[in-house]
Design a protein. Structure first.
Length: 186
């Protein structure tokens, strides 16, 4: 895999950069990162929360009050909570997941790490994650911050994204490639 700098851009990049700089000033980079990771986990687990975040039907006030209650239960506080509320107020909540990913990229860059996103059909064991992290580190020559996703639609294998480079070794892609090759024969 190529060793390239990961960049953050667009609306998610601007918001994430502003949050990162503010977190640096208040010396709360890790706390904000942990709070945002907690919120992302809630988002990944709940279809209702995804609907609240993505749907333009809900007013900003309704979104903010629902998110305040949810964040209070999840113990997401201060800067991260204010950031989530600001995105709702500015009607940018639908790109919050991308903002969180961009923030994590900025944190990784500041620590001299590189972010990698791994998608698997099933939850990976801690040993598999450690092996995968070591393999990516050997490939790119830098420490790796892994974020994982489970997507049963890939059937098996892994999809690994490091920066702008992606390695798709999923069973779904292999079957699609086989299907395409078979069409060419007949």
């Amino acid at each position: 895999m190529a060793q390239g700098d990961q960049t953050v851009s667009g609306v998610p990049g601007r918001y994430a950069t502003a949050l990162f700089e503010l977190a640096q000033e208040t010396k709360s980079v890790d706390q904000v990162g942990a709070d945002l990771a907690s919120f992302q986990a809630l988002l990944d687990e709940s279809d209702d929360l995804k609907r609240l975040v993505r749907s333009p039907v809900f007013s900003a006030e309704d979104q903010i009050s629902a998110l305040e209650a949810l964040c209070a239960k999840a113990q997401i506080t201060s800067l991260a909570l204010n950031f989530i509320k600001l995105t709702a107020q500015n009607r940018r909540l639908f790109v919050l997941a991308d903002m969180i990913k961009a923030y994590q990229t900025l944190v990784a860059q500041a620590k001299g790490e590189i972010s990698a996103e791994v998608t698997s059909a099933d939850k990976l064991s801690p040993k598999h994650l450690a092996d995968l992290k070591a393999a990516i580190k050997a490939s790119v020559g830098r420490d790796v911050q892994l974020s994982t996703r489970v997507d049963p639609a890939i059937l098996g294998g892994l999809v690994v994204k490091v920066g702008s480079r992606m390695v798709d070794n999923s069973l779904k892609t292999k079957l699609q490639n086989l299907k395409t090759a078979m069409k060419g024969i007949g």
